[in-house]
Ligand binder design. Structure first.
Ligand code: NAD
Ligand code: UFG
Length: 335
């Protein structure tokens, strides 16, 4: 099958391209390189020994999308392209609504025009807002979201449901990711933000690497086993494999369905820090600071639906996530 991957040079997109190619698919990428580098395409090719067609372009630009669909017979699309920084979305809501919504609308328009109605969308566990209980099931109430980024995901889910109501030939999987971390074990692709990271794992890595002095643990007075926030961390390679199964599902069926992609295990901030220190034999100094506004105590997935309907479940544990996250960054440092 020939799969168009928007945002395919980004963190999750690049790992997904690898898994799609490993399973014998052809891959076409569109990315405007807002948050990634063009050399990721070569890294994907180096890992898989297969070639990839790359378009540097913006998904809001219908003309570029039309060019791709007229150059290629695309069977299905995975739509990763978008902005994802929660804090930045509060500062720049218009930029977030514009990019995340307009890219999706342009994509759907062009897909419909070319008769390709198979879509896998990158949503987020953030659509559940502050859940009443854990594990979180897909039929839990959605929202209210706590930031414009999360609202874009909720709005796009609704838009895609409306698209299906208008035309039942569409087949759409809404994938709600929990907390993706780690990197490919080749050490060639991974996550290494240039700015001060917002998320826990990239921050830990920069502290371990002595690029930042200390990890700030946001609160130790939550109602969790050690007082720090609990999340469902998932290895990005497992997450990528979930997309291969989701593509198979949308190619086979029609309809709109949401799936949690998580492991079903909750780990606290201190669980992650201690595991990272132990498996990598490095120090990660930390201090406890006040809670971060908007954070919830605990968030982890029910994984039953993804197992039952996609035939997918995560296999890698926290130790492997911590090892792979560190080995990617150590390798980047050496180059
Ligand atoms: P990323 O920033 O690494 O990748 C996104 C890619 O999209 C980047 O390469 C960027 O250059 C590109 N892009 C952005 N806007 C574009 C546009 N208009 N046209 C073309 N390319 C564009 O992010 P990621 O972590 O790989 O996340 C991928 C998707 O998954 C995003 O939609 C994100 O919101 C979602 N998601 C991520 C997480 C997470 O923790 N990483 C959690 C839940 C959901
Ligand atoms: N944390 C710290 N210190 C830090 C960073 C994070 O203590 O420097 C804590 C947070 O308070 C939280 C946990 O580590 O308890 C995880 O925080 P992250 O920022 O890594 O992840 P979040 O769960 O807050 O958010 C992530 C993505 C969102 C997505 C959400 C739900 O960043 O895009 O998961 O899927 F919406």
């Amino acid at each position: 099958m020939k799969i168009l991957v928007t945002g395919g040079t980004g963190f999750i997109g690049s790992h997904t391209c690898v898994e799609l190619l490993n399973e014998g698919n052809e891959v076409v990428i569109i990315d405007n390189l807002y948050n990634s580098q063009a050399d990721v395409v070569e890294k994907i090719e180096e890992i898989t020994k297969k070639s990839v067609k790359f378009y540097e372009g913006d998904c809001c630009d219908e003309a570029v999308l039309e060019k791709i669909f007229s150059d290629h017979n695309i069977d299905a699309v995975i739509h990763f392209a978008g902005y994802k920084a929660v804090g930045e979305s509060v500062q720049k809501p218009i930029m977030y609504y514009e990019n995340n919504l307009m890219s999706t609308l342009a994509l759907c328009k062009v897909m419909a025009k070319y008769g390709c109605k198979k879509l896998v969308f990158s949503s987020s566990a953030t659509v559940y807002g502050n859940p009443n209980s854990v594990p979180i099931h897909e039929d839990f109430p959605l929202g209210p979201t706590t930031n414009p980024y999360g609202t874009t995901k909720l709005m796009i889910e609704q838009i895609l449901r409306d698209v299906f109501v208008s035309d039942d030939q569409w087949s759409i999987a809404l994938l709600r990711y929990f907390n993706p971390i780690g990197a490919h074990d080749s050490g060639l692709i991974g996550e290494n933000p240039n700015d001060i990271p917002n998320n826990l794992m990239p921050y830990i890595v920069k502290v371990a690497n002595k690029e930042l002095p200390v990890l700030h643990v946001f609160g130790n007075d939550y109602d969790t086993h050690d007082g720090t926030g609990v999340r469902d961390y998932i290895h990005v390679v497992d997450l990528a494999k979930g997309h291969v199964n989701a593509v198979a599902k949308v190619l086979k069926d029609t309809g709109v369905d949401a799936y949690n992609l998580g492991t079903g295990n909750g780990y606290s901030v201190l669980d992650v820090v201690e595991t990272f220190k132990r498996v990598n034999n490095v120090d990660v100094p930390y201090q406890v600071d006040p809670r971060r506004p908007g954070d919830i105590a605990e968030c982890f997935a029910s994984t039953d639906k993804a197992l039952k309907e996609l035939g997918w479940k995560a296999e890698k544990g926290l130790e492997e996530m911590c090892k792979d996250a560190w080995s990617y960054v150590s390798k980047v440092k050496k180059v």
